[in-house]
Design a protein around this ligand. Structure first.
Ligand code: 3SL
Length: 235
C-alpha cells in the first residue's frame, strides 16, 4: 500500500524523503487556489520564485508578474494574489512569474520530489484521481505561514487524505490529526477557517469573497504540475 504523509510546514521538509514521491503543495489562502484558477482560465505557465527580486527580473524581461507579501500586492507588479485576478481573458496562453509569502517558497523547497502537484479545494478530486492513478507514495506539503502550521492548509490535507484513505496508508500522526480536523468540520469549512489567524490577517485587506471562493470543492479540474522551472498543465 502506498503511504500518504503530511508535512505541516515547509520548515519540517528536511524530515521527509521527497525523492521518488509525489508531493502535493498546498496554500489554500491563496497561492495554490490562484494557480489552480489560472490554469482553469488557460494560463500556459507559472514560474514560481522565492524572492521578489527574482520576480522583478522576470518582469523586466517582459513577463507578467505577480508578487505578494503579507497578503498585499507588492508595488510595481502586475497582479495581486486573488483568484479573481486570474479570471480574465488576458491570462489565456500567458506566462506569469509569481512570488508569494509562503506558497511559492513551499514549491521551491519541494523540488526533490518526483512530481510536484498543486492542490487546492478548487481541484481536490482531480488531484486525488491523479494520485490514485499514479500509486506512488505521497507527501502533502502545507505552506503554512512563515514557517508556522496553519489551519486552512492542514484542513485541506485532511480532506485529501479522506479521499485517499482506503488506498493509502494514513497512519502518521499528522495525517491522523488532519483527518480528524477535516472529519469534524467537513459540513462547514468556512466556519472553521473563519477562526484562523490568516483570516484575521486578511480581514484588513477586505478579501472575504476570496476566502469563501477558495473553500469551494471541485470548481475546476485543472492540475498544475511542476516541470523544470515552471508550472504547466498536467492534464
Ligand atoms: O503566503 C502566500 O503564499 C499567500 O497566498 C498569502 S495571502 O493569501 O496572499 O495572504
Amino acid at each position: 500500500m502506498p503511504k500518504l504523509e503530511i508535512c505541516l510546514s515547509p520548515e519540517l521538509i528536511q524530515l521527509y524523503e521527497l525523492k521518488g514521491k509525489n508531493v502535493v503543495v498546498v496554500d489554500i489562502l491563496r497561492a495554490t487556489s490562484c494557480m489552480v484558477t489560472a490554469f482553469a482560465y488557460g494560463i500556459k505557465n507559472i514560474i514560481p520564485v522565492a524572492k521578489v527580486e527574482e520576480c522583478k527580473v522576470l518582469q523586466a524581461q517582459g513577463m507578467l508578474a505577480a508578487a505578494e507579501r503579507d497578503g498585499a500586492k507588492v508595488a510595481g507588479f502586475d497582479l495581486d494574489n486573488s483568484p479573481y485576478s486570474y479570471m480574465h481573458d488576458f491570462i489565456k496562453g500567458s506566462t506569469i512569474a509569481v512570488t508569494t509569502t509562503n506558497g511559492t517558497q513551499a514549491i521551491v523547497k519541494s523540488k526533490q520530489a518526483d512530481q510536484i502537484i498543486i492542490g487546492a479545494f478548487l481541484n481536490i478530486s482531480t488531484v486525488a484521481a491523479h494520485l490514485l492513478a499514479s500509486k506512488k507514495d505521497v507527501i502533502i506539503v502545507c505552506a503554512g505561514w512563515k514557517g508556522n502550521f496553519n489551519l486552512e492548509d492542514t484542513l485541506f490535507a485532511g480532506a485529501l487524505a479522506y479521499q485517499l484513505k482506503s488506498t493509502f496508508e494514513t497512519t502518521q500522526d499528522s495525517t491522523i490529526m488532519a483527518l480528524a480536523m477535516y472529519e469534524s468540520n467537513q459540513s462547514d469549512l468556512l466556519a472553521f477557517v473563519n477562526q484562523s489567524q490568516h483570516v484575521r490577517r486578511l480581514a484588513n485587506l477586505d478579501i472575504h469573497k476570496d476566502i469563501a471562493f477558495c473553500l469551494q470543492c471541485d470548481v475546476y479540474n485543472s492540475l498544475p504540475v511542476f516541470s523544470l522551472d515552471r508550472l504547466v498543465a498536467g492534464n
